[in-house]
Design a protein around this ligand. Structure first.
Ligand SMILES: [Zn+2]
Length: 331
C-alpha cells in the first residue's frame, strides 16, 4: 500500500499541534492548548481528537492515515515496552514548579497512538528539529551535527557519523541538564542547581534576575553595561556547553534555534563562537555555529520527515512547501 497522507504531532508544554501532509506538502496545521488535567492519557486522547478534526476539515478518511511522527518535550520512559512522556512541565506528580492540576507521573503516548497508527516515530523535540534541519534545512549534507534550542529551556539533538543519537529511552540530547557550576541561586525545573538550563534557559534566567529576558537583551543592545555583562556571561555558559559537546562528539556544525537565539543572534553569535574557537584548535577548527533555517515549524517538519516516504524528499527540498503552511488555533 502506498502512503498518501502522513501526520505529525508536536507536543509542547503549552501548545500541541497536529499537521497532515501528502506528497505535495503540508495540508493543514491545527494548534490547541495542551491539556493538563484529567487522566494521564488526556494529552494522547486530545491528539487523536485533533487529528480527527483535521481529517474532517480536509475530507480525508482518518482510517487512511497510519503513519505519525511525533515531536515532544521529554524526558521519555518505557512502560511495558511502549514509549511515554515524563516531562516535569506536564506531569504534576513530577513537577518542581507547583502549578499543574494533575498528579501524573507518566503520559502513555505510544500506548494510545498504537490504537490507531501502525507506523509511529517519537522523537524528543530537539531531535525532531535536528532531523528537520538534516533533511530540509541548514545541515543537508552533514553527518556530524548538533541542533540546540535556546529558548525557555535548553535542549539538544545530536547526530554522529550520520546517526541521530537516541539512547536507551530516547533521551539522548538532554544536555541542557549538564552540570556547569553549582552556584547557589541558579535552579532548573529538573531540580538541578547550576546546570546549563538553570544558568541560561530563558525561564530560569529571567526568574533569577527578576526581570524579563526581553528587557535585559534590549538594554544590552542599547549599551547598558549591567545588561551587557549578563548577556556576556550567558553567552559564555552557552558556548562552554557547546564546546563540551563538540569535543566529545567531534562535531562539524552546530545549528542554533529557539526564541532567545533568534531574537538576539547579532549580539550572541560572536560571543558564543569565541568560547569555542579559543579552545583546543585541533578539535574546534572549522566548526560552524549557525542559525537553524526552518524557524518555528522546525519540529513539525522534523516529525513529518521521520515517517515520510523517501520519494517525497527531493521534491520538498526543491519546493519548500511548508512555507505556505498556515496554522489555525482551535479553542
Ligand atoms: Zn536541569
Amino acid at each position: 500500500m502506498t502512503t498518501s497522507v502522513i501526520a505529525a504531532l508536536d507536543i509542547g508544554g503549552s501548545k500541541l499541534a497536529i499537521t497532515l501532509a501528502n506528497a505535495n506538502g503540508p495540508l493543514i496545521r491545527l494548534v490547541q492548548a495542551t491539556r493538563k488535567s484529567g487522566t494521564p492519557d488526556a494529552i494522547a486522547r486530545q491528539s487523536i481528537e485533533l487529528l480527527a478534526v483535521a481529517c474532517q476539515r480536509m475530507a480525508i478518511d482518518f482510517a487512511d492515515v497510519d503513519h505519525i511522527g511525533v515531536s515532544s518535550c521529554g524526558p521519555f520512559d518505557y512502560h511495558d515496552g511502549l514509549l511515554g512522556l515524563t516531562p516535569p512541565n506536564l506531569c504534576g506528580g513530577l513537577a518542581h514548579y507547583k502549578n499543574l492540576p494533575n498528579d501524573w507521573t507518566f503520559i502513555p503516548l505510544e500506548f494510545v497512538l498504537r490504537e490507531h497508527f501502525t507506523t509511529i516515530h517519537i522523537d524528543n523535540d530537539c531531535v525532531a528539529a535536528l532531523r528537520g534541519e538534516l533533511c530540509f534545512g541548514a545541515a543537508q549534507n552533514e553527518s556530524n551535527a548538533i541542533y540546540v534550542t535556546w529558548s525557555t529551556g535548553i535542549g539538544f539533538g545530536l547526530c554522529v557519523d550520520g546517526h541521530i543519537l537516541r539512547g536507551k529511552s530516547g533521551n539522548a540530547g538532554h544536555a541542557g541538564h549538564m552540570l556547569m557550576s553549582e552556584i547557589s541561586e541558579a535552579l532548573c525545573g529538573c531540580g538541578n542547581v547550576g546546570d546549563l538550563e538553570s544558568l541560561v534557559g530563558g525561564r530560569n534566567l529571567g526568574l533569577r534576575l527578576g526581570k524579563s529576558l526581553d528587557k535585559i537583551f534590549s538594554s544590552a543592545r542599547s549599551g547598558d553595561e549591567t545588561a551587557l555583562a549578563i548577556v556576556h556571561e550567558a553567552a559564555q555558559w552557552f558556548g562552554r556547553g557547546l564546546y563540551n559537546l563538540i569535543v566529545t562528539l567531534d562535531t562539524q556544525c552546530v545549528l542554533v534555534g529557539g526564541s532567545v537565539w533568534r531574537e538576539n543572534e547579532a549580539l550572541l553569535s560572536a560571543l558564543v563562537q569565541t568560547e569555542i574557537s579559543n579552545r583546543f584548535p585541533a578539535l574546534t577548527k572549522g566548526v560552524r555555529i549557525q542559525s537553524a533555517l526552518l524557524g518555528e515549524l522546525v519540529t513539525d517538519i522534523g516529525a513529518l520527515a521521520a515517517v515520510m516516504p523517501e520519494a517525497w524528499v527531493t521534491d520538498w527540498r526543491l519546493r519548500q512547501p511548508w512555507q505556505l503552511l498556515k496554522s489555525e488555533f482551535i479553542a
